[in-house]
Design a protein around this ligand. Structure first.
Ligand code: NAP
Length: 279
């Protein structure tokens, strides 16, 4: 050791290629990933897609059925995507097929956005206690298990590490009228995020969730009393408003980019602060 020089523990995270080159690159230049859950241009998945595309990411999309194909294809084209495939995530063979095609298309991927949920309409009103066995299975399968299914299928393609982001809601933590079985599914989803993060961390695959405040989308409008919820929440949040979909997109960008390189297994609330209020 020379003079007063002291040795210190490394205090900085490893430099990214972008930081090292000092180039004025976009944050996700050269990154490729797949977005599950675009139904239309109001979808939170679409807000995520736009934020990622704006930072240079290449995107693949899936849709369910012909009606959605007609809506999703033009959206995908508008962000330069040439990979738009059907996929019902409740079917294992659909998941296998889409990842096999993705492997041919790109060889490897860097991220996934999972923005998918479903429950029977009659299970999103009235009392949770009335949930049927079939309704429970369906909601938990589509809204929670599918994250594990896609994480398993994606991991071998994430050869350089990766980031998986899902969408959840405060109804996982506290009782929200009419959210019912979806709250239980979101609780399972958030626990899955932690277990998947633990399992996949040694491959440098990070798994995180965004707990979004209410946004008017197709899925949200299926929850009884959703309009009243929007008004109530806007009144109670510290920021005195509802969130915008693009605020979810910006948080997805944080999770998928190197900005969150040390973060995994987390649930971040993007809810204008609603969840911190006790009264
Ligand atoms: P959305 O636009 O209706 O998106 C939901 C998506 O899930 C649709 O594309 C839907 O396709 C897809 N999906 C349902 N079942 C599927 C299946 N078996 N296989 C593949 N895809 C399936 O509504 P969104 O509000 O953006 O929802 C995205 C995510 O955000 C959901 O997880 C939701 O719970 C979550 N979230 C929403 C809010 C909110 O207030 N909007 C708040 C917090 C969290 P189909 O239309 O074909 O069924």
């Amino acid at each position: 050791m020379k003079g007063n020089e002291i040795t210190a523990e490394r205090t900085e995270s490893p430099k990214t290629k972008q930081e090292m080159s000092g180039a004025n690159m976009k944050m996700l230049e050269g990154k490729k990933g797949i977005i599950f859950g675009v139904a239309n241009d109001h979808s939170l998945a679409w807000a995520c897609a736009q934020a990622l595309h704006n930072q240079g990411a290449q995107l693949a999309f899936t849709y369910q059925g012909e009606v959605l194909e007609r809506r999703v294809k033009p959206l995908a084209e508008s962000v330069g995507s040439t990979f738009v495939e059907p996929c019902d995530l409740s079917k294992d063979d659909n998941i296998e097929a889409v990842f096999a095609k993705l492997k041919k298309h790109w060889q490897s991927i860097d991220f996934i956005v999972h923005a998918v949920a479903f429950a029977n309409k009659q299970d999103l009103e009235g009392h949770f206690v009335d949930t049927t066995r079939d309704g429970f299975k369906l909601a938990l399968d589509v809204s929670a298990y599918t994250l594990t299914a896609v994480a398993k299928a994606a991991a071998p393609l994430m050869t350089e590490g990766g980031s998986i982001v899902t969408l959840t809601y405060y109804g996982a933590e506290k009782v929200i009228p009419n959210y019912n079985v979806m709250g239980v599914a979101k609780a399972a989803l958030e626990a899955s995020v932690r277990y998947l993060a633990a399992d996949l961390g040694d491959k440098n695959i990070r798994v995180n969730a965004i707990s979004a405040g209410p946004v008017r989308t197709l899925a949200a409008m299926g929850i009884a009393g959703f309009r009243d919820m929007l008004k109530y929440v806007a009144d109670k949040t510290p920021l005195k408003r509802n969130i915008q979909a693009d605020e979810v997109g910006k948080t997805a960008l944080y999770f998928i980019s190197d900005l969150s390189s040390g973060v995994t297994g987390e649930v971040i609330h993007v809810d204008c602060g609603y969840s911190i209020m006790g009264m």
